[in-house]
Design a protein around this ligand. Structure first.
Ligand SMILES: *[C@@H]1O[C@H](CO)[C@@H](O)[C@H](O)[C@H]1NC(C)=O
Ligand SMILES: *[C@@H]1O[C@H](CO)[C@@H](O)[C@H](O)[C@H]1NC(C)=O
Ligand SMILES: *[C@@H]1O[C@H](CO)[C@@H](O)[C@H](O)[C@H]1NC(C)=O
Ligand SMILES: *[C@@H]1O[C@H](CO)[C@@H](O)[C@H](O)[C@H]1NC(C)=O
Ligand SMILES: *[C@@H]1O[C@H](CO)[C@@H](O)[C@H](O)[C@H]1NC(C)=O
Ligand SMILES: *[C@@H]1O[C@H](CO)[C@@H](O)[C@H](O)[C@H]1NC(C)=O
Length: 456
């Protein structure tokens, strides 16, 4: 028995002799207090109250303190290393590591530097519980927590002690004594969620267009009973007031569904158009997002959120929105196209949307005597704009074409406040008028790079 002791002790001596030579770095400007600078150790078994019992796997910091560096003990049992001798088989391990605080105490202010404190490994109560000793760095951080510069552990079963609260029972983890549980928090893998897609709900008789967000659920998880899903809507970047009831949420306080859910290939949420509930308005950019989590324990967090790849524009696209027309020169006509991205349906007055174009002097619409077109469904409507020769002499070169919906009052959907079509900016080049590139009017020192003549 004694020989076995000394064999083990010899190994520990060898292992820790190397640790001793490690330098403890300074923590200038509290850099070691930044989240990115330290590693969290959150096992409540490190508490001095934690007693190892036969049959339990002792804690071994060869698996947790794999490099010398800054660490923070984050478990609810406490974040401070003990400064009095800890007996063997405490802290969930055989050889607990504690601080011998007599020479050098924990810092008391976050402006104090790194305190170098002697750490002891209690190996079978030999040498007064301090069989082997080395230095640990201790820093008090803003926010009132400690970070420790711990030396790498090379052999089992030794572990750093921290905290003095009552730990979770063996084999359990938690964020407090009351949430101790045998599960480790597990994020639902978001790769099982497809990218959401937005489409129009097929209701030809309803003028108000409702949108659907459809998310494909991976084949494998469709059969599960322990996942709940949530779809969120955003209009022009803002979270919609409409909140969807979660999908597949177990009822009656159960933590799993009694049948597979959702079973089907997809989950889908409906966002109503402007009606009494005002969920979205035409002209907005709509986004939907999906997330999921395991239901069988409240410790499981939400998955990463998966958003639609591109916002869905629910309105009427006008292209182009800028036009450069050369008078009396090919092409003589320019197209302006209106495309509804959601269908224009018959309103209660039995009409669709009428759009009239207001044109500046000298521009005219080809074949549109009344300057007016009708939009129906998602069909594109193209009008041709031409410039009359010679009429623009002496008049302004830049103007706008304004498409205006002429019957908004007849529509309970498109007629909402704030919805309108964008104007088209037009520049007309007079015959023989040169176009200067990079011409500066205000600075006479900058010369045009080159001149393009508009004459043939
Ligand atoms: C600490 O902060 C001071 C002033 O903000 C800066 O000049 C100095 O370089 C910093 N030192 C380190 C090691 O980051
Ligand atoms: C508890 O947490 C520790 C550290 O996070 C981990 O190593 C261990 O496997 C967890 N135990 C259980 C039962 O989940
Ligand atoms: C959820 O259920 C599936 C299928 O029953 C199972 O494979 C998976 O491990 C469960 N997940 C959790 C976190 O309990
Ligand atoms: C599942 O639970 C619901 C009530 O939560 C119950 O009405 C239904 O019969 C159950 N189905 C099965 C297959 O047990
Ligand atoms: C959305 O509109 C439909 C009618 O089109 C209505 O039946 C439904 O209750 C509305 N949904 C919500 C959540 O208000
Ligand atoms: C306008 O559209 C027509 C087809 O509708 C096309 O043939 C023509 O080339 C277009 N004109 C211009 C200037 O883009």
């Amino acid at each position: 028995m004694l020989r076995w002791y000394c064999f083990q002790c010899a190994i520990l001596v060898l292992e820790f002799a190397r640790a001793l030579s490690q330098q403890i770095p300074a923590c200038t400007n509290n850099t070691c207090c930044h989240k990115s600078s330290y590693t969290k150790l959150d096992n409540s078994r490190r508490s001095i109250q934690s007693q190892w019992k036969s049959g339990q796997t002792p804690l071994c910091d060869r698996d947790h303190v794999t490099v010398s560096g800054w660490y923070r003990f984050t478990s609810f049992v406490g974040g401070r290393m003990p400064t009095l001798k800890v007996n063997v088989n405490r802290c969930g391990t055989h050889y607990p590591i504690w601080l011998n605080d007599k020479k050098g105490a924990h810092p008391t202010s976050d402006t104090d530097g790194v305190a170098k404190i002697k750490a002891c490994i209690n190996v079978k109560e030999l040498r007064g519980g301090c069989y082997y000793r080395f230095k640990v760095g201790v820093k008090l951080c803003p926010g009132d927590f400690y970070v420790y510069y711990l030396q790498k552990i090379r052999s089992c079963y030794a572990a750093y002690c921290a905290g003095d609260g009552q730990p979770c029972p063996y084999g359990q983890n938690g964020t407090s004594l009351s949430t101790c549980s045998e599960v480790t928090p597990q994020k639902f893998p978001s790769l099982y969620l497809g990218y959401p897609k937005i489409s129009v709900k097929d209701e030809p008789e309803n003028e108000i267009v409702s949108l659907r967000c459809i998310v494909t659920i991976h084949e494998k998880v469709r059969q599960w009973k322990n996942v709940t899903y949530e779809i969120e809507w955003y209009t022009d970047g803002k979270r919609s007031k409409f909140t969807e009831i979660p999908f597949c949420k177990p009822q009656n306080g159960r933590n799993e569904n009694n049948v597979s859910c959702p079973r089907e290939k997809t989950i889908r949420s409906i966002l109503n158009g402007t009606g009494s509930l005002n969920y979205y308005k035409p002209g907005q950019r709509i986004t939907c997002k999906v997330k999921a989590k395991f239901t069988n324990n409240p410790l499981h967090p939400w998955s990463d959120t998966i958003a639609i790849q591109q916002p869905f524009f629910a309105g009427i696209n006008v292209t182009p929105t800028t036009l450069l027309i050369s008078e009396c020169k090919e092409p003589f006509f320019h197209n302006i196209t209106l495309t509804p991205t959601i269908p224009v349906r018959m309103n209660s007055m039995g009409t669709f949307l009428s759009v009239r174009f207001y044109l500046p002097n000298g521009l005219w619409l080809v074949n549109e005597k009344k300057c007016s077109v009708q939009l129906e469904g998602t069909n594109s409507v193209t009008v041709k704009v031409g410039a009359t020769c010679t009429t623009l002499y002496g008049s302004t070169k830049s103007s706008v074409i304004t498409p205006v919906i002429t019957n908004p009052r007849q529509s309970g959907f498109w007629g909402v406040m704030g919805f309108g079509l964008p104007t088209i900016w037009v520049t007309v080049l007079r015959k023989d008028q040169p176009l200067h590139k990079c011409l500066s009017v205000t600075d006479p020192h900058i010369r045009p790079l080159h001149t393009v003549s508009s004459s043939p």
